[in-house]
Ligand binder design. Structure first.
Ligand code: MG
Length: 383
């Protein structure tokens, strides 16, 4: 490089260093068309309903469905745009109506500094109780926005090594033998298979997987479906012999005594999912469950989810990171935390036919994070 070219490139570097907003981030953000409120230093929230179409009917112990209601969110500040999302599977008790009503009641324009995460999210949390998915949508969009302003992805901002991201499981629902066989074929690239249980044909699904994929570890999610603790204990031993690694939410979420009884005797760890939602719930599960399944739509987003990981570790509990059926927006948001956890079940974006984003990818079964500022997502043109 000659001296003139060197000085020109050094000058560009100095300009970038002196700029309050990283040049690359500004360029990227502008290139993505994120300029609707250029110059406005007030947070601006926008949202619209977006029904997620499922690739296959989703059959759980308690219900079946082919769509998931969802609300897509944008948060704008000074020309940057952060994306967020609320996904509302029916058991959470939220709906498009409740989420849009909650989001419409927020006055985020009162905030001019998007880095005041504690103040902004404390305000959002204070507006009404519950509404966890609605609150998560703001938290996720705020994280995307801040990462873009800083020009860094969140796993880097948190100091996490993306190489430590775990494998993610692929879910096989409760279904006929023919459909289960088809899904096991789809699951071949994955290093961990999650089996939904809680009906009469529990063992059949596991036997089919063991025939077709003899070595891959299995984890089991009962979605509160088991009704008898002696049967549950027998199943835990049976599953242990078939290379199962844990059992999630075996009983009704209120059955703490039965769950503690099973946990004491089970050769497999017992993980809580439907039984809890937020940070203060975790402490009372010590001795009842071995670990927790954190989902952003329960935790109100990434800010509290990070605290939940820390608390669970302090209580010597295992940590799993899960998701709902969601676009790659919320799934990639969660994936940024995945280097911190024992197990990940982040396949919700693969279960829908109308994703709006490219985000984290699964390569050779492993969560792969990309060096893109914010959550690490880019909108799919035309979606
Ligand atoms: Mg579960």
């Amino acid at each position: 490089m000659d001296r003139r070219k060197f000085l020109a490139s050094a000058g560009l570097g100095l300009m970038a260093a002196a700029s309050p907003l990283p040049l690359e981030a500004v360029t990227r953000s502008r290139r993505r068309g994120n300029t609707r409120t250029s110059g406005s230093k007030k947070l601006k929230l926008s949202f619209f309903p977006y029904e997620l179409q499922l690739r296959h009917a989703f059959n759980l112990a308690r219900y079946s469905r082919t769509t998931t209601p969802d609300v897509q969110v944008t948060l704008e500040w000074d020309g940057y745009v952060g994306y967020g999302e609320a996904s509302m599977p029916p058991y959470l008790g939220e709906s498009v109506d409740s989420v849009t009503k909650f989001l419409g009641s927020l006055d985020l324009g009162q905030f001019t500094d998007p880095f005041r995460i504690e103040d902004i999210l404390a305000y959002v949390d204070s507006v009404a109780p519950n509404n966890r998915a609605a609150k998560a949508s703001v938290d996720i969009a705020l994280h995307d926005l801040l990462g873009k302003i800083m020009g860094q992805p969140w796993y880097k901002i948190w100091g996490l090594d993306p190489a430590k991201a775990p494998v993610t499981s692929f879910t096989i629902g409760i279904d006929t033998e023919e459909v289960v066989r088809k899904k096991v074929e789809e699951a071949r690239p994955y290093k961990l298979i999650k089996v939904k249980m809680g009906l009469d044909n529990d063992q059949q699904t596991v036997e089919i997987i063991r025939q077709m994929m003899p070595d891959v570890p299995i984890c089991v999610d009962c979605n509160q479906g088991w009704k008898d603790k002696e049967h549950a204990l027998d199943m835990c031993y049976w599953l242990k012999e078939r290379n199962c690694v844990f059992v999630e939410q075996p009983f009704d979420k209120e059955w703490n005594d039965e769950t503690a009884w099973l946990r004491e005797r089970s050769p497999l760890p017992i993980i809580a999912d439907e039984a809890f939602q937020r940070l203060p719930d975790i402490v009372r599960f010590k001795g009842i469950y071995d670990g927790i399944n954190i989902k952003l739509m329960k935790s109100t987003g990434l800010h509290e989810a990070y605290k939940m990981v820390t608390l669970a570790r302090a209580l010597d509990m295992k940590v799993m990171l899960g998701c709902m059926t969601e676009t790659s927006c919320a799934v990639t948001a969660a994936a940024n935390l995945s280097p911190l956890v024992d197990f990940a079940d982040l396949d919700g974006n693969l279960l829908i036919a109308n994703d709006r984003f490219n985000g984290m990818t699964v390569e050779n079964g492993k969560i792969t994070l990309h060096d893109i500022p914010g959550l690490g997502i880019t909108p799919i043109p035309g979606k």
